[in-house]
Design a protein around this ligand. Structure first.
Ligand code: C2O
Ligand code: CU
Ligand code: CU
Length: 520
């Protein structure tokens, strides 16, 4: 453990609570996992809602009781359907469904909903230029064309996304198709029981246990980190499991923190299977022991607890990694400040997120399916190459040398063409989770990756398991070049305007974003 990290840790936790054990070269602080993991139910907060008719979502302020924690000022989307009330409902729809949503803004500041990962016309996508003022309304009418998968929706208010999303304006958007239903049947998975949506977020809590968003100037530039990691808004949760296969649809809903996810038992990694990423199921399960998950990304995984015994405990853990913050910039000052002083839980530190306790034997454990879905590779014939650079200059994060301007349209692509994007991150930079609106893409290769990424890169052309399948967000490390393929086919007519941006939300709000026009 680096000395500065130890000091930060020692300051944050009473010494008696510091118990460490080894996992690889990791040191993890011992935590008392006493709060029951919040699991979404049929209504109420994060209740699963299948929209019928016009769905009214009201963005408003309130006081939210954190499960197992204190009541905190919060922002949420309130909804009501068939007599049931919801806060931040998990929307569940079938591929091909028609959705009709009316957003009402009762926040007292601008807001707009973006449907992260969905293939929609520009005006339905929640572009920041469509931010509506206090008291305003926005009508969405669209068909969900996406494959089955775990998408999400969140605020995209211009220059307010980071604060509003941090304060609560986000939830899941689950799409079902035949492959999805086949998997659920094969493994006897039940949403909310053995198929668990799990959003991981780091928050800063004040003495009263309330969420605080107070980024310093440096944190606005680097990203805002919290010292408490919540799973489904529950601090240090546990959940009871039986000896069978579980599915976790993990969303990194953090503003800036990257996780390196592992399941650990007695300090040793338990293999798990990645079955899906941002845009739905992979062709087959991929066995891993660790995977990076950056803000905005989803990882759909199966954990087979069939070989465990009643009484066993497994931890969902984030492993230590080098956050590669601005190495070399300003003589490493920024990295040092971000890593050690700004946050009580430094970036790249190892910690446990959740405890799984085996309390029951299951009758049938379920068998890992051999096939899941079909992922048709994008046909690259005739594709043109576009270069995209990421760097910092004059204390601003730039995409192709530019910051966001509402009326500038620096990326113009032609409808029904295929492009290969070559995204190159500067060597003296930060990891940037780059996100494209409107279109899912395929990661083709990683080059010049840092060692901690190269070691996970056994999936062809330097790709990691987190890169497989259909993606809308891809993490690009300092010095790295990531190539993606995008098929800009759509049937929306006209020119369509989207954005391409970094999903580190402080980076996004400080304009690490560009307009992207798909010309008809
Ligand atoms: Cu999830 Cu433009 O973002
Ligand atoms: Cu998005
Ligand atoms: Cu960034």
């Amino acid at each position: 453990m680096k000395r500065r990290n130890f000091l930060a840790l020692a300051a944050a936790v009473p010494l008696t609570a510091v118990g460490a054990y080894a996992f690889f070269r990791d040191t993890v602080r011992a935590t008392d996992f006493g709060a029951k993991l919040f699991i979404p139910g049929a209504g109420g907060p994060f209740g699963v809602l299948e929209p019928a008719g016009v769905l009214e979502l009201t963005a408003e302020r309130g006081m939210f009781p954190l499960p197992g924690g204190k009541t905190t000022p919060f922002l949420w989307y309130r909804a009501r359907q068939q007599g049931a009330d919801y806060l931040n409902p998990i929307l569940k729809v079938k591929t091909g469904a028609r959705l009709s949503v009316r957003l009402k803004n009762a926040l007292g500041e601008g807001t707009i909903i973006h449907w992260h990962g969905l293939h929609l016309p520009g005006v339905m996508d929640g572009h920041p230029r469509d931010t509506i003022g206090p008291g305003g309304e926005y009508r969405y009418e669209f068909t969900v064309a996406n494959r089955g998968g775990t998408y999400w929706y969140h605020t995209h208010a211009h220059h307010l996304t980071a604060k509003q999303a941090y304060s609560g304006l986000a939830s899941f958007f689950i799409v079902e198709d035949d492959d999805e239903l086949a998997l659920r049947e094969a493994l006897d998975l039940q949403l909310g029981v053995t198929d668990l949506p799990l959003v991981i977020q780091d928050k800063r809590l004040n003495r009263a246990g309330e969420l605080v968003y107070n980024p310093s100037g440096m944190e606005r530039m680097m990203g805002f980190l919290g010292g408490t990691v919540l799973a489904n808004l529950t601090p240090t949760p546990f959940t009871e499991i039986a000896t069978r296969i579980y599915r976790f649809r993990i969303l990194n809903g953090s503003n800036a923190r990257i996780y390196k996810l592992a399941f650990a038992k007695d300090g040793r990694p338990l293999p798990y299977h990645v079955i899906g990423t941002d845009g739905g199921l992979l062709d087959k399960p991929y066995a891993v022991t660790e995977a990076f998950l950056a803000p905005g990304e989803r990882l759909d995984v199966l954990l087979d607890a069939g070989g465990l015994a009643v009484g066993d405990a497994v931890y969902l853990r984030s492993l230590a990694f080098d956050p590669l913050h601005a190495e070399g910039m300003m003589g490493g000052m920024m990295g040092a400040m971000m890593g050690g002083m700004g946050a009580s839980l430094p970036d790249g530190e190892s910690f446990d997120i959740m405890k799984l306790v085996v309390t029951q034997r299951a009758e049938a454990a379920g068998r890992m399916p051999a096939r899941l879905s079909r992922v048709q590779p994008i046909d690259l014939r005739g594709a043109t190459v576009r270069e995209v650079t990421l760097e910092m200059a004059h204390m601003r994060w730039l995409i192709n040398g530019q910051s966001y301007q509402v009326d500038a349209f620096p990326i113009q692509v032609r409808r029904n063409t295929v492009e290969i994007w070559e995204i190159r991150n500067a060597r003296h930079s930060m990891p940037h989770p780059m996100h494209m609106h409107g279109f899912q893409f395929q990661v083709l290769s990683r080059q010049d990756s840092p060692a901690q990424v190269r070691s996970l890169g056994g999936h062809g052309s330097g790709r990691t398991a987190s890169d497989l399948g259909w993606k809308d967000t891809v993490l690009v490390w300092p010095g790295e070049t990531v190539r993606l393929a995008v098929d800009f086919s759509h049937d929306f007519g006209d020119d369509q305007v989207y954005v391409f941006h970094c999903h580190n939300l402080e980076h996004e709000d400080s304009d690490m974003m560009v307009n992207m026009v798909v010309r008809a």
